[in-house]
Ligand binder design. Structure first.
Ligand SMILES: Cc1cc2nc3c(=O)[nH]c(=O)nc-3n(C[C@H](O)[C@H](O)[C@H](O)COP(=O)(O)OP(=O)(O)OC[C@H]3O[C@@H](n4cnc5c(N)ncnc54)[C@H](O)[C@@H]3O)c2cc1C
Length: 248
């Protein structure tokens, strides 16, 4: 994880979008939805896969993914996972302590070139509980609502959060995470490939994989073995076993 000099972090934060917390909803013990409002969230083009970051320390940021963004009204939502047992990881600590009316700056709002939304006819999504907001933004995209794009797949979440996750991503299969991150997704995909493998070689299906880094590598390999072309598999690692993936 890169740590920025303070003056660089100051500049990143200064050119960010200052927002106010307007609503906090806990869907289940580890899943918190926070809504934000700001004139700075108005008048720009927003698409799924764009991510922002919050400054969590002098030179450190953590990334989060808006699940909804309404540039007409200047409002946005982010779905957070409380992943730690102690609650003192810097990102989680910041999010847990946000209160109604608090101000917080969204630093950046972009999608990496390698992981951008496109309205493919069929999209297979696989991820862990940090990706629930991302998949919600897929499921609520106009091309999915009007039936041009079909989104399907599975998300693995901690035991106790299955019901909350189901309310966030209805239409996806919610499966229970095991001790090893990604193990439940491996099993789901193995079964899916057994049942539907032949369909993956069709040009119409793309896969979006996000969440735990090493799990994505396994899922990607399984999809390729199942006949999916490399260019149809889009991955974005959200965290690793030791550190967050992206610097800010
Ligand atoms: C582009 C991008 C978008 C993201 N979007 C979201 C989002 O919308 N919602 C969301 O909740 N998270 C999201 N994340 C993940 C989030 O940024 C990481 O989980 C981050 O590490 C949290 O920071 P922290 O300070 O709480 O923990 P850190 O200090 O970064 O990590 C502390 C310890 O916790 C472990 N850890 C980190 N995340 C997890 C996890 N999910 N499960 C288990 N152990 C973990 C680390 O390996 C480390 O050992 C996103 C990450 C990226 C890169």
């Amino acid at each position: 994880m890169a740590i920025y000099p303070k003056f660089v972090a100051d500049t990143i934060e200064k050119i960010g979008r200052a927002t106010t917390v307007t609503q906090i909803i806990d869907a289940s013990p580890r899943l918190r939805l926070i809504s934000f409002a700001s004139p700075a969230l108005q008048n720009f083009r927003w698409e799924p896969c764009q991510v922002t970051a919050f400054r969590v320390a002098k030179g450190e940021f953590r990334h989060y993914t808006p699940s909804r963004l309404d540039p007409d009204n200047g409002t946005g939502e982010i779905q957070f996972l409380f992943h730690s047992t102690t609650g003192d990881a810097p990102g989680e600590h910041l999010v847990r302590n946000l209160r109604l009316g608090d101000e917080i700056t969204w630093c950046g709002l972009e999608a990496p070139r390698s992981f951008r939304w496109a309205p493919h006819p069929r999209i297979l999504v696989l991820g862990d509980a940090t990706t629930l907001g991302l998949w919600r933004s897929f499921l609520e995209h106009p091309s999915v609502i009007d039936g041009r794009t079909q989104v399907f797949g599975a998300v693995e979440v901690p035991d106790g959060d299955q019901h909350g996750a189901k309310t966030i991503t209805p239409g996806l299969e919610v499966i229970t995470a095991r001790d090893v991150p990604g193990a439940a997704l491996d099993t789901w995909l193995e079964q899916y490939l057994t049942d539907h493998g032949g369909q993956l070689s069709l040009d119409t299906t793309h896969a979006y994989l996000a969440g735990h880094g090493r799990s994505l590598q396994r899922l990607r390999s399984a999809l390729q073995c199942g006949g999916m072309g490399r260019r149809h598999i889009h991955t974005h690692a959200y965290w690793t076993d030791k550190t967050p993936i992206m610097a800010r």
